[in-house]
Design a protein around this ligand. Structure first.
Ligand SMILES: Nc1nc2c(ncn2[C@@H]2O[C@H](COP(=O)(O)OP(=O)(O)O)[C@@H](O)[C@H]2O)c(=O)[nH]1
Ligand SMILES: [Mg+2]
Length: 282
């Protein structure tokens, strides 16, 4: 195993832990894990099996991942939290053994990337270099199809835009690298497939910097069969829920802003600060 895999990387000297949520991914999980383990800076790969009924667990173990299991299906957001908690426990164990280290950054990868996961390096770069707190991958193939214009993608994109002022190109892309501080700001993660939408909103609202980075990754093409349609329906419900849980705040803010504006118009004297609505950094 090459030594440089264990060399501390980045300005803060943090290594990276990969967290892979997986449900019935026997076909691809092995290749995804092997590729993830080979990424420079990565010294820990955790697969969270979310109640698979196939050989996902055994294949992930064979490929060298640490595996956590949900006895029954709890959804993608819950699996990602379980994985991050696993990273925390590993670090606690390391600290008890006398190894004090900077908490690892988290790199969330979908289980269906297969061997293409070996090309995820550039996604980590902005976080390792300290120029972003969360990076989100842009799949080139999806960009060619004009950024993904499905109705769920539009729902998520417009929702993130309304909530933060930032318009993501691929709002549902699950390949994301985060500092631990950015991750903590987004906890508890939105349930199920609302997790990406919730992460973008919560991380931005906490004032962290988010970037999208084109990375040559590929995943299982989404078809038009019944499984794909059901997946999209679940995604739709979960994204709508994540947005509903977060959009109350801007609505309240807007009415507050309107009220403040109204008072000012009427000649009231309010401090600049009270009338200023902070816009999130990109
Ligand atoms: N934890 C968890 N992960 C899931 C579930 N369904 C799918 N996934 C994982 O979520 C990721 C994205 O799923 P995928 O079917 O590729 O969706 P798509 O990329 O949006 O078409 C993959 O890693 C799946 O294994 C689930 O019910 N629970
Ligand atoms: Mg996929």
């Amino acid at each position: 195993m090459p030594q440089d895999r264990y060399r501390p990387h980045g300005a803060a000297g943090a290594a990276v832990a990969v967290v892979i949520p997986a449900k019935d991914e026997a076909e691809r999980i092995g290749a995804t894990v092997v590729a993830a383990r080979g990424l420079p800076g990565v010294d820990l790969v955790i697969v969270v099996d979310d109640g698979s009924s196939d050989a996902t667990v055994d294949l992930a173990l064979d490929a060298g991942a640490r595996v956590l299991r949900h006895g029954r299906n709890r959804g993608k957001g819950a699996a990602m939290e379980t994985g991050a908690e696993g990273v925390r426990l590993v670090e606690e164990h390391e600290a008890a053994g006398g190894t004090v280290r900077t908490p690892r950054h988290l790199l969330f990868l979908d289980a269906d990337l297969g061997g293409s996961a070996e090309r995820a390096g550039p996604l980590m770069t902005p976080v390792l270099e300290g120029t972003a707190d969360m990076s989100i991958a842009l799949f080139p193939a999806t960009r060619l199809r004009l950024g993904g214009h499905g109705f769920v993608v539009r729902l998520a994109r417009e929702g993130v835009h309304r909530a933060t002022g930032w318009e993501p190109e691929q709002p549902l892309n699950g390949q994301r690298c985060l500092t631990r501080a950015a991750y903590e700001a987004a906890r508890p993660l939105a349930p199920g497939f609302g997790v990406e939408t919730g992460l973008s909103i919560d991380v931005l609202r906490a004032g962290f910097r988010v970037v999208e980075v084109e990375v040559p990754l590929e995943h299982r093409p989404t078809g038009a069969d019944l499984r794909a349609q059901t997946h999209r329906a679940h995604q739709f419900v979960d994204v709508a829920r994540a947005l509903a849980a977060r959009e109350l705040r801007p609505t309240l803010r807007r009415s507050w802003e309107g009220a403040v504006h109204g008072v000012r118009e009427a000649g009231g004297k309010l401090s600049r600060k009270a009338g200023h609505i902070t816009r999130k950094k990109r």
